[in-house]
Design a protein around this ligand. Structure first.
Ligand SMILES: C[S@@+](CC[C@H](N)C(=O)[O-])C[C@H]1O[C@@H](n2cnc3c(N)ncnc32)[C@H](O)[C@@H]1O
Length: 211
C-alpha cells in the first residue's frame, strides 16, 4: 500500500472547521474543494454532511495522494462507520487554467478551500477569484480557511515567522491581507459576511455570492 499523505495541521483544524462549515453549507448540495491536498479534510467533512456532494480537486501532482486517501477510507468498509459515498474522485484543477467542471458548474452552490491562498502567487489568487465568480451559483457560499493579515499586520508572532518561512520556500507565497481578498471577492460579486477566529491564529472567511 502506498504511504498516505498526512498533515498534522489538518488533524488539528478539521473539527473546528467542520463546526463552522456545517452551518454555512447546511442547505448546500454540491461543494467544490480547491486544493484538496491530503484529502484529510474531505474524508472528515463529507460523512458529517451527508446531504451534499463533496467534489475534490487539486493540481495533477496531488491526485495520486488524494485517490490513495479515498481508497484507504473506502477499503475500511464496514469498520468505517461513516461512509464517504458522497465524495467525488478528484478533478485536476489548477486555478490558473480553465476549470474542468463541465455540467457540474451549473450546480456548484458552495466552494471550500483551506491553506491555499498563502501558497499561491498573487496572480493565482486573482485567478482563483475569477474562477469562483464564474462557477459559483448566485446565493452560493465560499469558505476560505487559513492565516490572514489585517492591513498588512500579522495577527501573531507565529504567523510572522510562518511568513518568513513561506518566502524561503517560494518568494511568491505570502500571507494575504483580508482587505485585498475581500476586494477581489467584490469584483466577482461576492461579499464577505463572516470572519471567524479559528485556533492557531487562523481565520475562516465566509463569502456570499450576491449576483
Ligand atoms: C498547503 S497545501 C493545503 C492542502 C490542504 N487544503 C490542507 O489544508 O492541508 C496547498 C494546496 O494549494 C494547492 N495549490 C497551489 N497552487 C494551486 C493552483 N494554482 N491551483 C490549484 N491549487 C493550488 C496545492 O496544490 C495544495 O493542495
Amino acid at each position: 500500500m502506498s504511504l498516505l499523505p498526512f498533515s498534522q495541521a489538518c488533524e488539528n483544524n478539521k473539527a473546528p472547521i467542520l463546526e463552522v462549515i456545517s452551518q454555512v453549507f447546511s442547505s448546500s448540495s454540491l461543494i467544490l474543494e480547491i486544493g484538496t491536498g491530503t484529502a484529510q479534510h474531505a474524508v472528515h467533512f463529507a460523512p458529517a454532511l451527508p446531504h451534499l456532494t463533496w467534489q475534490t480537486s487539486d493540481q495533477a501532482c496531488y491526485l495520486d495522494g488524494i485517490e490513495a486517501q479515498l481508497e484507504f477510507v473506502r477499503s475500511q468498509g464496514a469498520q468505517h462507520t461513516d461512509p464517504i459515498d458522497n465524495i467525488q474522485s478528484p478533478l485536476i484543477l489548477d486555478v490558473t487554467q480553465t476549470w474542468p467542471l463541465g455540467e457540474l458548474q451549473k450546480e456548484i452552490d458552495g466552494i471550500f478551500t483551506a491553506n491555499t491562498l498563502h501558497i499561491m502567487a498573487k496572480e493565482m489568487v486573482e485567478a482563483f477569484f475569477i474562477g469562483v465568480g464564474k462557477h459559483l451559483r448566485t446565493g452560493g457560499s465560499l469558505c476560505i480557511y487559513g492565516p490572514f493579515n489585517y492591513n498588512g499586520n500579522y495577527t501573531s508572532d507565529s504567523n510572522a515567522r510562518f511568513d518568513v518561512w513561506l518566502a524561503q520556500q517560494d518568494n511568491r507565497s505570502a500571507i494575504r491581507d483580508i482587505e485585498w481578498i475581500a476586494e477581489l471577492a467584490e469584483t466577482q460579486g461576492l461579499r464577505l459576511i463572516e470572519d471567524h477566529e479559528m485556533p492557531a491564529n487562523n481565520r475562516l472567511l465566509n463569502f456570499k455570492k450576491l449576483n
